[in-house]
Design a protein around this ligand. Structure first.
Ligand code: NAP
Length: 318
């Protein structure tokens, strides 16, 4: 298996693995979570993407403790752990306690990266998905970001960042931030290429991590439409690769890092086998013409018809 490369962040000192294992499943945190994480560590995954919302901090913490006990890794510092602040704790006084609780779940003293999960807030004690419109609140970006900076100062996390933030929202954040976000984690795959957002983030020194790099969940609750793409399947067939490997290789060639989820042993392995070959310019040109359609819409986490208390246009990632 090719070794997973690291991508340097803007300070030129810190780095994150180019590939990470996602842990969000539907429904959240099945019993297969911990064994899948242990297997991933065995295969060489070193970045694990969790979140309070996914309920996978605890199984991830148990898997890390076991990996240390059985010698799969010799130190926690060999891992890169990302977690995320859910909307109900996106209130200035709740941010540090939320991360402290995540650390207890994870059985670690610090994480590597803490992200604001969504650019919105919700009523305290409503850690659920979707968020009901009665619970949704606008995010006080200035004071919540100050609290994220406190998490850094306290050594609870090495890096701070955002997720699902559009350029317009990052502009707002940068007006008052002392430490700009290191990372913006967003949906990105061949059918949602994020060209403008990536250009914007590059200009600001913000590294992009792609989530749903093979198009997101596929299972009994929802069908992954990207898997039916003729362009991707034709390239996969011609190259003797899988559809997923074509997606992952394309994302990787854009210079972003990615987090891909599988709890299946074979697919965990398959999802690392894209690091030692390249897509040609012609293959990339074909992929760049795939019709664009994102999976994740703010409307999907806020069902209902009532008017939102903030400007939905700010959430568009173009
Ligand atoms: N920041 C955010 O708002 C946000 C949003 C969404 C996701 N994320 C993070 O990003 C991670 C990855 O995104 P995602 O889970 O949405 O989507 P994804 O990684 O693109 O796709 C995961 C789905 O594809 C299946 N799969 C995995 N490898 C496969 C392969 N080689 N061939 C065929 N099917 C395969 C998985 O099922 P099996 O497990 O059965 O293999 C699962 O159903 C999440 O787990 C989460 O950690 C973050």
């Amino acid at each position: 298996m090719a070794k997973i490369p690291e991508i340097r962040l803007r300070d030129g000192v810190r780095a994150m693995p180019a590939v990470g294992m996602g842990t969000a499943d539907m429904p959240f945190a099945p019993a297969s979570t911990k064994p899948a994480i242990l297997h991933a560590i065995e295969l060489g995954y070193r970045h694990f993407d969790t979140a309070t919302l996914y309920e996978t901090e605890q199984p991830l913490g148990e898997a890390i403790a076991e990996a240390l006990r059985i010698g799969l890794i010799s130190s926690r510092s060999e891992l890169f752990i990302t977690s995320k602040l859910w909307c109900d704790s996106a209130h200035p006084q709740l941010v540090v306690p939320a991360l402290q609780k995540s650390l207890r779940n994870l059985q670690v003293d610090y994480i590597d990266l803490y992200l604001i999960h969504m650019p919105m807030s919700s009523r305290q004690g409503t850690c659920r998905f979707p968020i009901s419109r009665e619970d949704a609140l606008p995010l006080d970006i200035k004071s919540v970001w100050e609290a994220m900076e406190d998490c850094l100062k306290l050594g609870l996390t090495n890096l701070i960042g955002v997720s699902n933030f559009s350029p317009c929202l990052i502009d707002k954040l940068l007006l008052t931030a002392k430490v700009p976000p290191f990372v913006n984690q967003v949906e990105m795959h061949p059918a949602w290429q994020q060209v403008k957002l990536r250009e914007y983030c590059k200009e600001k020194g913000i590294h992009v991590t792609a989530y749903s790099p093979i198009g997101g969940y596929n299972g009994p609750l929802l069908k992954n439409q990207l898997m039916d793409s003729d362009v991707l399947n034709d390239i996969a067939k011609a190259r003797g690769k899988t559809f997923a490997q074509i997606c992952l290789r394309w994302v990787h060639q854009q210079g972003v890092s990615l987090v891909v989820k599988s709890f299946n042993k074979e697919r965990l392995k398959e999802n690392l086998q894209f690091l030692d070959w390249e897509l040609s310019e012609e293959e990339c040109r074909k992929i760049s013409q795939i019709p664009q359609r994102k999976n994740f819409h703010l409307e999907s986490i806020l069902p209902g018809e009532e008017k939102l208390c903030f400007n939905i246009a700010e959430f568009e990632f173009y």
